[in-house]
Write a protein that binds this ligand. Structure first.
Ligand SMILES: [Zn+2]
Ligand SMILES: [Zn+2]
Length: 171
């Protein structure tokens, strides 16, 4: 069995309740854990803006893990294939570094956080790399290019080789 990075085509493993995720040369799907919510997004510019890992305190709490793996998509290029009505939103500005309001959109059924939108850039959504159905994309086109809020990185994790390191907020 070859390592994931050796794969040259899509790799859509059993992961959650849906089995209809897909990808092609330009687009791919992301789906929540139960399958109720599915998005379609571009895997390249201009609709795909950036890919990054975030170590901020919000991301630690929201993921229940030590960091989040995200990518930013322009809303003009983001399609809700199903389940938009099944998304619940939660907004707050107390803990964000910029004090801008961050709104989280998560599946009302299974709780998967599908994306976040900041009032600083209301025209874009920050999707979650782990919800992308084609795992091959996690290793290739959507692989994070930078790490931000590295000042909050947990002590037992090291910088990822080849990724730009930003102590606080990107831009
Ligand atoms: Zn769900
Ligand atoms: Zn963060």
């Amino acid at each position: 069995m070859s390592a994931p990075t050796d794969k040259v085509s899509s790799h859509i493993p059993l992961a959650g309740g849906a089995d209809d995720g897909w990808s092609n040369e330009e687009e791919a799907t992301s789906t929540c854990f139960c399958g109720a919510v599915q998005l379609k997004f571009p895997t390249q510019g201009p609709g795909l803006v950036r890919t990054y890992v975030c170590h901020c305190t919000d991301c630690r709490k929201i993921t229940g893990s030590m960091f989040a793996s995200n990518f930013t998509v322009l809303n003009t290029h983001l399609t809700h294939l199903r389940g938009r009505e099944n998304l619940t939103s939660f907004s707050q500005s107390r803990t964000t570094a910029s004090k801008s309001t961050m709104t989280n959109y998560f599946c009302s059924t299974c709780g998967t956080l599908m994306y976040r939108v900041t009032s600083r850039f209301p025209g874009a959504s920050n999707l979650r790399l782990g919800t992308v159905d084609d795992f091959h994309l996690h290793e290739t086109k959507l692989k994070p290019k930078l790490e931000q809020f590295t000042e909050n990185r947990v002590g037992w994790l090291h910088a990822v080789e080849g990724m730009d390191q930003i102590a606080k907020l990107w831009r």
